[in-house]
Design a protein around this ligand. Structure first.
Ligand SMILES: [Zn+2]
Length: 166
């Protein structure tokens, strides 16, 4: 058996042991895409903005809207920090900086050579999210609320995908 086939077989065995009776899917198939996070963030951000509508003018609401949508997608940049830890260098981030379109078109392929980071990714989201909520709440209660709601939605989406529910 070739080395590649052996690695693939080993990877399948590990996947089976963690997935139980759930059909095996590649790790790239289980990761939620940025475009999906963006679409999930739109109604959530809109609801928060509607609830804030009487407190802020349109410019501030627009700023909050852009911030909320950017956060709903951008929190996944912690993957590059994790990849740095496990790969030992910044080649994934360098690749993205040289090929920014890859963030949308080749998102799953970027981290294919790094070990499965599912649990670490969720932990990182929780740690960074908690810090971000605390910081933004100090700036403004509304900003903190928006941050909390958007990050909750992002984490929920990640967990639903990781559990093969969506
Ligand atoms: Zn995520």
């Amino acid at each position: 058996m070739s080395t590649d086939r052996l690695r693939s077989f080993d990877s399948s065995i590990k996947q089976c042991s963690t997935d139980g009776l759930i059909p095996v899917r590649s790790k790239s198939a289980t990761r939620m895409r940025s475009s999906e996070h963006f679409l999930a963030s739109v109604p959530v951000v809109a609801l928060v903005l509607v609830s804030l509508g009487e407190q802020y003018d349109r410019v501030r609401l627009a700023f909050l809207g852009v911030y909320g949508l950017a956060l709903g997608v951008g929190i996944d940049f912690d993957h590059f920090l994790l990849a740095r830890v496990y790969a030992g260098d910044w080649r994934h981030l360098r690749y993205l900086l040289q090929n920014p379109i890859a963030a949308v078109t080749e998102q799953e392929a970027i981290f294919e050579d790094v070990r499965d980071m599912t649990l670490q990714r969720l932990l990182s989201h929780v740690l960074l999210g908690g810090a971000l909520i605390g910081l933004t709440k100090r700036v403004s209660g509304s900003l903190g609320r928006l941050t909390a709601v958007v990050l909750y939605c992002h984490l929920l989406c990640d967990l639903l995908r990781d559990n093969h529910l969506v």
